[in-house]
Design a protein around this ligand. Structure first.
Ligand SMILES: Cc1cc2nc3c(=O)[nH]c(=O)nc-3n(C[C@H](O)[C@H](O)[C@H](O)COP(=O)(O)OP(=O)(O)OC[C@H]3O[C@@H](n4cnc5c(N)ncnc54)[C@H](O)[C@@H]3O)c2cc1C
Length: 380
């Protein structure tokens, strides 16, 4: 095998594969799992991501499964909305002035189906390491060696490609874990007036309420070192404290996870590119991880396609540097600021969002950054 080999069939790897395949480039995706992942993870698609998915011809089936969220709210725990921001103020900036709420596990089958015949996905192929040099790369896999002219490492936060390169993943781990609960409840009835996306301030126990097509999701902070069993046993009381339903909330699923803010040093090393969670991870507040990873895939995949069409590598290097700048200066900065604000560590933010809700010009500036429209290229 040669050509481009993408490691990982998550949203980022499959978007990269489709970007290359749409340019006529033969591409093979190696995925360790026996099938696409179905776990509950990202659920928000921002406007520029919708534009990119449209460009790849896969937006329509995603919209058919998602919920259009034109507004989101900042709220106060125990109180009502502090501010409702309307993404309609972005109408001149994007064809899609809204967020789409839909699980990432709904996008990956759409991407897989869209791949043409010259793109193959091989499940059950775990990449264990890599070696090689300027003229190609050998991937060592659970099924034997695989040769590639170029490798795209999109194999998630624990990336074997990144480790095989000996690349670092500097950053920090948050002092609290996040608990995500999916609930089978009508929160619009329980908390009248809420938006599909709600960020709720509280220094003690901030929270996020997100609607997905199938259910609502509640995100809560949780101490780092308490036993999982204890935290899960406390969850029913914590949900009742969000809204008293007169009975326990119907809980479908809950999981606890540690949150990191990390970025690798370089998104290109010779013939290997690192994209998505393999290159950068951040807290989920603001929904930027998968979105910025899809942007990596479209921009770096496009730049690699230019090289394979005979172009110089200057554009690829520029794109790799830019995507790292975005990860550090947009995604890490904004997601961390969102966490501090929810914890009540930014005194001025509450009045700032009240002002934003009343000032469409200021709201537009704020939302362009929050939804990553400002991160697409330096001058846009
Ligand atoms: C609870 C939660 C909520 C989130 N919410 C949001 C949100 O609202 N918005 C947002 O933008 N982001 C969100 N994120 C982050 C988002 O889920 C990730 O950023 C996204 O999944 C990254 O996609 P990826 O394709 O880079 O990696 P992954 O989705 O992790 O996919 C990597 C793929 O590579 C495969 N793989 C791994 N190792 C190997 C190997 N050695 N060989 C072959 N294959 C391999 C895996 O099996 C997997 O299929 C959330 C994350 C979590 C955990």
């Amino acid at each position: 095998m040669s050509g481009v080999v993408v490691v990982g069939a998550g949203p980022v790897g499959l978007t990269a594969a489709l970007t290359l395949a749409r340019r006529g480039i033969p591409v093979t995706v190696l995925e360790q799992g026996g099938a696409l992942a179905t776990e509950s993870r990202a659920s928000t698609f921002h406007p520029p991501t919708l534009e990119m998915l449209d460009g790849l011809g896969v937006l329509k089936p995603l919209l058919a499964q998602g919920i259009i969220a034109s507004t989101f709210q900042y709220r106060e725990r125990g109180g009502g909305a502090i501010a409702t921001l309307d993404l309609g103020v972005l109408a001149e900036d994007t064809a899609y002035p809204f967020r789409v709420q839909c699980e990432q596990s709904r996008l990956t089958p759409i991407l897989l189906d869209a791949l043409p015949a010259h793109a193959r996905v091989r499940f059950g192929h775990e990449v264990l390491g890599l070696s090689g040099g300027d003229d190609g790369v050998i991937l060592h896999t659970s099924r034997g060696p695989v040769r590639a002219d170029w490798v795209i490492g999109a194999d998630g936060a624990h990336s074997a490609v990144r480790r095989g390169l000996g690349a670092g993943f500097e950053g920090s781990t948050y002092p609290e874990r996040f608990l995500v609960a999916s609930v089978d409840e009508d929160l619009e009835a329980a908390l009248p007036g809420i938006a599909p996306i709600n960020y709720v301030f509280d220094p003690e126990e901030w929270l996020v309420l997100l609607r997905t097509p199938q259910h609502w999701r509640v995100l809560l902070p949780t101490p780092a070192d308490t036993p999982d069993d204890l935290e899960l046993s406390r969850l029913p009381q914590r949900l009742t404290a969000v809204a008293e339903l007169g009975r326990p909330w119907r809980l479908l699923h809950a999981s606890l996870y540690r949150v990191h803010q990390r970025v690798t040093e370089s998104f290109r090393r010779g013939r290997v590119l690192l994209l998505g969670d393999a290159a950068h991870v951040n807290n989920p507040l603001g929904g930027m991880g998968m979105n910025s990873g899809i942007h990596d895939a479209v921009q770096l995949g496009g730049a690699l396609a230019d090289v394979l069409a005979g172009g110089s590598e200057f554009g690829l290097d520029t794109a790799a540097r830019w995507r790292r700048t975005v990860a550090v200066e947009h995604v890490q900065r904004a997601s961390h600021a969102n966490w501090q604000r929810l914890r009540g560590q930014d005194d001025g933010f509450r009045s700032h969002v009240e002002e934003l809700a009343a000032d469409p010009v200021a709201a537009r500036t704020y939302l362009r950054r929050a939804c990553l429209l400002d991160s697409l290229e330096p001058q846009r």
